[in-house]
Design a protein around this ligand. Structure first.
Ligand code: A5A
Ligand code: ZN
Length: 478
C-alpha cells in the first residue's frame, strides 16, 4: 500500500479521485505487473460478492448457470466472419504447450460465443429443447488498445457475466432481449444506479449481431460508461455453428439466439456515481458492512457501554444485518474517517449518555443524524437503511437528469458537450447524418431509440437533415 498520507482528491477531479479511492478504500490494487490486469482487495471483492450474488439471483429466475472452458480452438474462433473481424485485434493466443508449438492455436476467450455454440449445436435437437437459457460468470481477455483503467477497461475482465440463449423464432429472441433489459434495470435499480437504454448505431453493434441494445450510465465527469449490452444474434451464429432444431412438422430449422453481458464496470458505476469527497458511499445492498457500531467509552462507563455495544451487534446480526463492532484502540474521529472512506451506510454511536437515554445515535453516510431506540434497534436500523437507499437513489437520479441536455441545432452540440453533458438530439438514423453529427462534435452517437424516464421527447426532427428522427444520445464514452 502506498503511504496513507494526504487527502483523497476532490471528486470534481474525477479521474484522480477514482484512482486514489480504489486503493485508499481497498478495492483494487493497480500495481500488478501486467498492464490492464488488476487485483481485487478483499474489501473490493466483498462488494463484488454482493453485487454478483444479486445478479445471479436475478438470472436464476429463468436461466441456469454453467461453465465453459477458457481456451477456444482457432478453427472455432475463426468460423464467424463478422465476429472475427470484431475481435481479431483483441485476442490473446496460446501457441505453446511448454516448449512445444501447439498444432492448433488456442484463443483466450474474449467472450464465449465460439466456445459455447459448438456445444449448443450438440445440445439443441428439437423444439422441445427450446428456449435454452444459460449463463456463466468468468474471466475473459481482451487486448484492449485504448487506455486501460481498473474496473472500466481491463485486459482481463475478471467478472464477465455472459448469458447465451437459444430460441425457435426471431420474435422469441427479441422478447428475450426485452426480458434481459428488464432484468438489467432491476439489477441496477437495486444499487441505485440510473441507466439509459438505447440501440447502438448499426456500425457499432456487436460483431455478429442483428442489433445491439446498450445500457449506459453517466459518470461524474459527464462521460458515459456502457455497463451492459444485450445482443439479438438472429441466425448469424446458428448458421455458422449449425445450431438447428426439429420443428413440430419434423423439419430442421435454424435457431435464433441472444447474448447479454455485464462486467465489473457495474462496480465502477456503483463507486463513481455514489461516492463523494470523503470516499465511497455504498447503498446497503452492496455494502459488506451495512452498519458499524462505534462505542464511545471515555470515562468509567467503559464496561457498560461495551456490553451494550456487543448486545447491539448480536441483535442486529440476528436480525440479518451486516454489522461490525469497531473495538479498535483508536479515537472515535479516526474511526469515523476510516468507515466513511469505505462507504459504510450507517454509523451507530453508542456512549454513556445514549445508554442512559436508551438510544443510539445513527449517522448516515449521506449526512443525516438521528437517534433510534436501543430496545427496538433492528426496526430502527431497517428504517434508516431504507432512508439512505432512497437518499442515494435521489442523488444519483438528480446527477443523471442534470447531465442530459436537449440540443436542437448542430451548433448547440459542442456547447452542451463542453459543459460536460450528454447531448440528447433527434436523429433520423441515416449514416450520413450520423457522420455529420460525429464530425461536428468529436463525440460519438452512443445510441438511438433512447428509453429513459429522463427523456420524454422520444421523437422529433433530425438535427442534421430535418426529417423525422428518434431521441439519440451524443456524448463522450469511456
Ligand atoms: N458476448 C457479448 C455479451 C459481449 O461480449 N458483449 S460486449 O462485448 O458488449 O461486452 C459486454 C459488456 O462487457 C459491455 O457492455 C461492457 O460493459 C463490458 N466490457 C466490455 N469490454 C470490457 C473491458 N475491456 N473491461 C471491462 N468491461 C468490459
Ligand atoms: Zn437525418
Amino acid at each position: 500500500m502506498d503511504d496513507d498520507t494526504g487527502a483523497l482528491p476532490a471528486k470534481s477531479d474525477f479521474s484522480a479521485w477514482f484512482n486514489d479511492l480504489l486503493w485508499r478504500a481497498e478495492i483494487m490494487d493497480v500495481r500488478y505487473p501486467v498492464k490492464g490486469l488488476y487485483v481485487w482487495y478483499p474489501y473490493g471483492f466483498a462488494i463484488r460478492k454482493f453485487v454478483y450474488q444479486r445478479l445471479r439471483d436475478l438470472l436464476d429466475r429463468d436461466h441456469q448457470e454453467t461453465l465453459f472452458p477458457l481456451l477456444i480452438p482457432e478453427q472455432e474462433f475463426m468460423k464467424e466472419a463478422e465476429h472475427i473481424k470484431g475481435f481479431e485485434d483483441e485476442v490473446y493466443w496460446v501457441t505453446h504447450g511448454g516448449t512445444t508449438p501447439l498444432d492448433v492455436k488456442l484463443a483466450l476467450r474474449p467472450t464465449s460465443e465460439t466456445a459455447i455454440y459448438p456445444m449448443y449445436a450438440l445440445w439443441v435437437r428439437s423444439h422441445a429443447d427450446l428456449p435454452m437459457k444459460y449463463y456463466q460468470i468468468v474471466n475473459t481477455f481482451r487486448y484492449e488498445t485504448k487506455q486501460t483503467r481498473p474496473l472500466i477497461r481491463l485486459r482481463e475482465i475478471t467478472s464477465f457475466m455472459e448469458s447465451h440463449t437459444v430460441h425457435a423464432t426471431w420474435d422469441e429472441a427479441e422478447a428475450q432481449v426485452e426480458y434481459e433489459l428488464a432484468l438489467t434495470r432491476e439489477f441496477y435499480d437495486g444499487f441505485c444506479i440510473p441507466i439509459i437504454i438505447s440501440k447502438r448505431p448499426d456500425w457499432d453493434k456487436f460483431p455478429g449481431a442483428d442489433y445491439t441494445i446498450a445500457v449506459d450510465a453517466i459518470m461524474p465527469n459527464g462521460k458515459t460508461l456502457q455497463i451492459g449490452t444485450v445482443h439479438h444474434l438472429g441466425t448469424h451464429f446458428s448458421k455458422t455453428f449449425s445450431i438447428t432444431y426439429e420443428d413440430k412438422n419434423g423439419e430442421q430449422q435454424l435457431a435464433n439466439q441472444t447474448c447479454y453481458g455485464i462486467s465489473e464496470r457495474s462496480i465502477a458505476a456503483l463507486i463513481s456515481l455514489h461516492g463523494d469527497d470523503k470516499g465511497l458511499i455504498l447503498p446497503p445492498a452492496a455494502a459488506p458492512i451495512q452498519a458499524v457500531i462505534i462505542p464511545i467509552t471515555i470515562g468509567k462507563r467503559h464496561e457498560d457501554v461495551m456490553a451494550a455495544a456487543q448486545k447491539l451487534e448480536k441483535d442486529l446480526t440476528a436480525a440479518g444485518f451486516r454489522v461490525k463492532l469497531d473495538t479498535r484502540e483508536m479515537r472515535p474521529g479516526a474511526k469515523y474517517y476510516w468507515w466513511e472512506l469505505r462507504g459504510v451506510p450507517l454509523r451507530l454511536e453508542l456512549g454513556p449518555r445514549d445508554l442512559d437515554a436508551g438510544q443510539i445515535m445513527v449517522v448516515t453516510r449521506t449526512g443525516e443524524k438521528s437517534p433510534i431506540e436501543l430496545a427496538t434497534a433492528p426496526d430502527g436500523v431497517k428504517t434508516v437503511l431504507g432512508d439512505i437507499t432512497e437518499a442515494i437513489r435521489t442523488r444519483a437520479e438528480d446527477h443523471t437528469r442534470s447531465h442530459l441536455s436537449y440540443v436542437a441545432t448542430m451548433d448547440g452540440l459542442n456547447a452542451a458537450l463542453d459543459a460536460g453533458k450528454v447531448a440528447v438530439v433527434h436523429w433520423c438514423q441515416d449514416r450520413g447524418c450520423g457522420d455529420a453529427i460525429e464530425e461536428k462534435t468529436n463525440a460519438s452517437i452512443l445510441g438511438t431509440d433512447v428509453r429513459s424516464e429522463y427523456i420524454t421527447d422520444t421523437e422529433g426532427t433530425c438535427i442534421a437533415c430535418g426529417k423525422r428522427g428518434k431521441a439519440t444520445l451524443v456524448g463522450r464514452a469511456y
